[in-house]
Design a binder for this molecule. Structure first.
Ligand code: TXA
Ligand code: MG
Length: 347
């Protein structure tokens, strides 16, 4: 299939009348799938009311069918069509964080959207993205749009249109290039069907931010303990992984350098993931700086591009520094642990 590539400048006025936005909206209305920029990562959008469109999303990504999709909307009024109830705390969160990187799980009204989109669950994940191009496309087509991250299943999520193209060109109808995404890690998924809301996936909105507006929030224990089954089906899969095996190193820079030296002596091509402050300190085949350690949002923003860049360099092994598990550091460490298949070396 030919994938059409369209660019939209997100800063222009009247995006609703932009021909590229109109094209994307009409492809979605024809039940084709289109990659669209959001503030977190690029999403692979399809009409959530239509089984064929949703099936095209799963096929293009090679995504397991038991992993439900997030439904994207441009207007809160769309919710009433497919959710059973809007709990008080969900309502407060929507007012505070939508549009933005927060996905809320509601009880689903059965029989409205494609069962495939929700993998047959009786709950449904919904978010309103904070990106002018995404919002214009959603408004123009007026449909609830199912959109997982627009990567091949298992790969790092895409933060540029080029990442999407590398994974999905020839498999989808279109890619809308709206520039690099910004936040860089996916939305926080919070289950509001429980009395005390539960974070199922840490992301762009932090636990601290949520607690400030609705009080106690807990984190799904499975995110911290490998033995438990996570409540977000997607969290059990290997994900975000670069091609080469990656290890997270808890210890000093000297300790990490010793690990590098040992592997290089054996003739391996070794990569290091660090930050700008320390890039010059390491000797390895490739040393990539992922943002600035003093500003975790810059690390989040650069994370997936850095992981993908190692693939261009054909590494044999990658050692990554770790980050504080606070604020957006929770999401960063969650993704790094998955990318590393939970392989940690401690000093
Ligand atoms: O930032 C984002 O959320 C991006 C952009 C494109 O919006 N989307 C995204 O979608 O990350 P995806 O499909 O890559 O991740 C969706 C996550 C998965 O872990 C999935 O299992 C979980 O949300 N999820 C979806 N519906 C759920 C439900 N009803 N109950 C529990 N978890 C659910
Ligand atoms: Mg994903």
């Amino acid at each position: 299939m030919k994938t059409i590539l369209l660019s939209v400048d997100k800063s222009v006025d009247n995006l609703m009348d932009n021909p590229q936005v109109e094209k994307a909206a009409s492809l979605l209305a024809e039940n084709e799938v289109v990659a669209i920029p959001t503030e977190t990562v690029y999403g692979l959008g399809g009409n959530a009311e239509n089984d064929d469109a949703v099936q095209k999303i799963f096929s293009a990504k090679g995504r397991p069918s038991d992993n439900p999709l997030i439904i994207h909307i441009a207007d809160k009024s769309q919710l009433n069509g497919f959710v059973e109830e809007i709990p008080e705390k969900a309502s407060i969160l929507m007012d505070k964080f939508w549009p933005g990187p927060l996905t809320i799980i509601f009880k689903k009204k059965p029989g409205v959207l494609s069962e495939k989109a929700t993998a047959g669950l009786d709950t449904i994940a919904v978010r309103m993205p904070d990106h002018p191009v995404a919002l214009a496309i959603l408004k123009k087509c007026g449909l609830p749009i199912a959109a997982p991250s627009a990567n091949s299943s298992g790969k790092p999520s895409p933060t540029t249109a080029k990442h999407v193209k590398d994974d999905l060109e020839g498999k989808i109808a279109g890619i809308i290039d709206g520039g690099p995404t910004g936040v860089g890690v996916e939305s926080t998924v919070v289950d509001c069907t429980e009395q005390v809301p539960v974070i199922l996936r840490p992301g762009g909105v932090t636990k601290e931010q949520l607690e400030k507006v609705i009080g106690e929030v807990v984190t799904d224990p499975a995110l911290l303990n490998e033995a438990e089954k996570p409540k977000a089906p997607g969290m059990k899969y290997k994900h975000y992984a670069p091609d080469a095996p990656m290890y997270l190193v808890k210890g000093s820079q000297k300790f990490l350098q010793e690990l590098v030296d040992e592997k290089r002596k054996k003739g391996l091509r070794v990569g290091v993931l660090t930050t700008e402050e320390r890039q010059e300190d390491y000797q390895a085949d490739i040393v990539l700086a992922c943002g600035k350690r003093e500003s975790l949002p810059t690390v989040a923003s650069a994370l997936y591009d850095t992981l993908r860049s190692f693939n261009d360099e054909h590494m044999d092994i990658i050692f990554s520094e770790v980050f504080p598990v606070e604020g957006v550091g929770q999401a960063i460490m969650n993704r790094l642990l998955k990318a590393a298949g939970n392989k940690i070396i401690s000093e």
